[in-house]
Design a protein around this ligand. Sequence first.
Ligand code: GDP
Ligand code: IMO
Ligand code: MG
Length: 429
Amino acid sequence: MKVDVILGLQWGDEGKGKIVDVFTPRYDIIARFQGGPNAGHTIIFGGNKYVLHTIPSGIFHPQTLNVIGNGVIIDPLILYREIDKLREAGMEPKDNLLVSKRAHLILPTHRLMDAALESGKGATKIGSTLKGIGPTYTDKYGRNGIRVGNIADHDFNARYEKLKAEHLEIIRHSGFDYSHHLLDSLSFDTYEEKWFEAIRRMKELKIIDSEIFLNQSLDAGKSVLAEGAQGTMLDVDFGSYPFVTSSNTITAGVCSGLGISPHRVGIVYGVFKAYCTRVGSGPFPTELHDDDGEKMRVGGMEFGSTTGRPRRCGWLDLPALKYSVMLNGVDSLVMMKADVLNPFPAINICTHYQSGNELLESFPFELDDQKIQPVYRKMKGWNADLDNCSQVSDIPDALAAYIQYIEEEVGLPVDILSIGPDRLQTLER
Ligand code: GDP
Ligand code: IMO
Ligand code: MG
């Protein structure tokens, strides 16, 4: 068997969580392969809304196992907040949740470092979610990190204290005054206390060699779906660097983040919104600063699932989408939030970038909003409600034409169309 993949093709928040949840009944195992609690994956069904940050989005199907892979970084306190919320809703995630021993831990001081680094950057700040992502991956690659598999070690506390002391030294050196800095409205000491409580509680979880488990499961004929976090334009190598996250969000990340050989990668589903959003700083060629942008933000409820920040909104960007498709080897497209464009009489779609007199066909090294202007093709809007569409043949002609144009440009089929946030508002072609 092979590992199918669902990942984001834009700047995150494409609707990956919803689609993973919709696909889960077809798979035995769902596995997150990178990122950490910077992610916020929303799943809505039965009138309830859930937002997951660390736990894979297959958790609502008790017959499916959910693996937090080695490429993920975990803040135990945030993980336990999620587990407790699921328990309050009557679920028991412990039963179908597995955690890799090799996943790295986000320490409270990683979060302080994130805040110190961002504050030091001033106007050039990345707009990080401040969950400690950059500093934790830095320690992983600098070979200083502490992993989930270490939590039962006799010297765990000593290692923690040593790394904490190193972090505090760096923070002091940066001049950042952390003495009153709050972590999720908690003082550092309270956060740290709760963090240790969560570490103790983690011992109840199934902590495994996930790479062996996943490969053996594939050998035994089990089906696996890998769930991405963030999006391709936030990839540390190919995103709009340095305004990116600190992991490989692309298909390649599945191999290193789960311990899967490239031969075992199956169908890659690329998820994109019918328009674009971005939260945090960095270039965004098709960003709208007008009423249309506001209409998308309000209609699409474009406020961050993790931080609540308003998301920047703009038209669909085909050069960026084609670049993402190339990097990920996408087989099948999933278009989300078509319904948000319902009220628009006309829709723009960026086909190229103009740089001086040059028309750019390929994606540039640096996306500089000052130097690059989007070139748009104007299309007719459908200007109609999609609530009564129960199959693709029901959609308005103008929406069908919009999809067909994207398919022709990108060279791939849009196999799934999402027309609302609920699990059930999903059309398969
Ligand atoms: P993820 O990070 O990729 O999982 O996406 P998020 O959950 O952060 O953001 C997607 C947002 O759009 C969530 O609030 C979803 O409930 C919502 N959503 C998903 N699909 C649709 C859709 O087709 N239409 C509308 N209107 N909302 C959607
Ligand atoms: P999901 O999985 C959207 C953005 C942040 C910031 C940059 C770096 O829900 O799609 P970081 O905290 O990683 O240091 O932030 O990346 N970012 C996301 N934007 N969706 C996400 O995840 C994101 N995770 C990080 O806003 O600009
Ligand atoms: Mg999100």
